[in-house]
Design a protein around this ligand. Structure first.
Ligand code: SF4
Ligand code: SF4
Length: 252
């Protein structure tokens, strides 16, 4: 028996693509000297439901059993970390629910008499208190390990919600918006990916969700001035769950 038991973690999935679960699984060897994995149904068959120090939850709440599971996880976890864009913003399924009713979508796909139960897809903080939001599609492994290290020392981690442009500048990238006229959404997208797409010469399409206080009106004006259908391009942000109210001041 361990004299100083290691902190316990749980890694759980709701409605998502398992991208975060894979990132965590790939990096689990770095955590195992410091934690005990109480529950990780994606990766192990023996799981327990007891209290944990940190629960990482991927996916959005899209079905009644997601909501029940999330409440159970919240009740047993000291820190609840939303991992990935689905859990933080609702991602593609949340964006789809903002455009039309979930009952209409169910009927269109499964017919009138479907017994499938679905909720309007929402991020975790629509239902429970979330201690840390770690966005990404999927999350960045370095950011995940650094957040976990902070929580294991009982510190809430600092996560920047500055725009991707900041990381572009740090990488000394040429700006693809200015130099290649590409419709880059980096100015209004949260940093964390290391400016992955612009570093490879491509435009950012907003997969990490909105940055802090994004200037959507200025972004739309720039895209229009460059000859783009600004609304169409800005809709990419909604595809990744960016809430409607952020776009209220747009005037294009
Ligand atoms: S390439 Fe995109 S993310 Fe990079 S500085 Fe330009 S607008 Fe910002
Ligand atoms: S789309 Fe934007 S936020 Fe997503 S990986 Fe590319 S640069 Fe990063």
């Amino acid at each position: 028996m361990e004299t100083n038991p290691r902190p316990c973690i749980a890694v759980e999935g709701l409605t998502g693509c398992a991208g975060e679960l894979l990132v965590i699984l790939e990096n689990l060897d770095k955590l195992l000297p410091f934690v005990r994995v109480a529950s990780f149904p994606f990766a192990q068959s023996q799981n327990d439901d007891g209290p944990v120090d940190i629960a990482f939850v991927e996916g959005s709440v899209s079905q009644p059993h997601d909501l029940e599971k999330l409440k159970r996880i919240r009740a047993k976890a000291r820190w609840l970390v939303a991992v990935g864009n689905c859990a933080v913003w609702g991602c593609v399924q949340g964006g789809a629910c903002a455009k039309c009713k979930v009952t209409d979508m169910l009927e269109a796909v499964y017919g009138q008499h479907s017994e499938i139960q679905a909720l309007e897809s929402r991020p975790l903080d629509a239902y429970v208190n979330v201690d840390v939001k770690l966005s990404g599609c999927p999350i960045d492994k370095t950011q995940f390990l650094s957040v976990t290290a902070s929580l294991l020392k009982d510190h809430l981690p600092y996560i920047t919600h500055k725009p991707v442009c900041l990381e572009c500048k740090l990488n000394e990238n040429p700006c693809v918006l200015i130099e290649k006229n590409l419709p880059c959404l980096g100015p209004v997208t949260a940093a964390g990916c290391g400016a992955l797409c612009p570093s490879l010469g491509a435009a950012c399409y907003g997969c990490w969700g909105p940055s802090q206080a994004p200037q959507m009106d200025a972004m739309a004006t720039i895209l229009s001035e460059k000859g783009y259908e600004a609304l169409e391009i800005m809709n990419r942000l909604k595809t990744f769950g960016a809430p409607e109210h952020l776009f209220e001041r747009m005037n294009v």
